[in-house]
Design a protein around this ligand. Structure first.
Ligand code: HEC
Length: 226
């Protein structure tokens, strides 16, 4: 960004003068670089409102009290009790070393040592929160729309294997250790009683059957040999 040198000077002076107890903000970050850097967060966070993954949605995080995203139920007590409010200083410190800022938090992330990358991420987080950029919509495919080859009609267990019959009449076999059973109760999850099989492994030797609710598991999985 062409204006960043000027912005950087101003911010550094301001930061050094007023925030001696936390790491100073080293400059105005670049939103586009921040968007690229945010890929490091996407395994666990979405930037779309209300879409929680392992971690809470980061839409609207700027100015929010820590541990307060609506409908995210898995915050650690440590983060909820921290009484932090997310702003340039607290977010910079958190992204540098989350464990140091809130001991006992459950974000498994080592931190980012480069101040410039943190500044870029902050610029992006602020821009997303203020609605100036639209985050990528990284929704999982809606499992209610799965085609017949992925709709599970029956699961049979024999020896060390599961045989999975799909709605197109085909049967696939899986070593028991490589087939996972998951649930997705979100709007994108399967309909009740209509589990869906999804491939997970690079080599096609692993899969997961996603149910709407765990209560469906035992009704579906029958012990039966061919
Ligand atoms: C391995 C998963 C994981 C990764 C990667 C990750 N986070 Fe997190 N993040 C979490 C979890 C889980 C929490 C909730 C922590 C808690 O409750 O203690 C969290 C919490 C947060 C919070 C506090 C949100 C709130 O509502 O108070 C922020 C801000 C945050 N993460 C930013 C980021 C950013 C930015 C990145 C990428 C640079 C990132 N995280 C990478 C899992 C992750």
């Amino acid at each position: 960004m062409s204006t960043s040198i000027f912005g950087r000077t101003i911010l550094c002076l301001g930061a050094a003068a007023s925030f001696s107890f936390v790491s100073p903000v080293h400059g105005a970050g670049d939103v586009e670089r921040g968007a690229l850097a945010s890929r490091a967060c996407m395994a666990c966070h979405s930037f779309s409102a209300g879409r929680h993954l392992t971690g809470p949605s980061l839409a609207g995080v700027w100015g929010r009290r820590a541990g307060s995203a609506a409908d995210f139920s898995r915050y650690s007590d440590a983060l909820k009790r921290s009484e932090l409010v997310w702003n340039a200083q607290t977010l910079d410190a958190w992204l540098r070393n989350p464990a140091a800022v809130v001991p006992g938090n459950t974000m498994l992330f080592d931190g980012i040592s480069q101040a410039g990358t943190r500044a870029d991420l902050l610029a992006y987080l602020q821009a997303v929160s203020e609605g100036r950029v639209s985050p990528p919509d990284r929704r999982h495919p809606n499992l209610k729309l799965a085609d017949a080859s992925r709709q599970v009609a029956a699961v049979r267990y024999c020896g060390d294997a599961y045989r999975v019959v799909t709605a197109d009449g085909k049967t696939s076999q899986w070593w028991e250790f490589n087939l996972r059973f998951k649930t997705d109760g979100s709007a994108d999850g399967p309909s009740a009683g209509k589990p869906v099989i999804v491939g997970t492994g690079m080599q096609g030797d692993r899969a997961a059957i996603v149910f709407s609710r765990p209560e469906e598991w035992s009704a579906f999985i029958r012990r039966e040999c061919p």
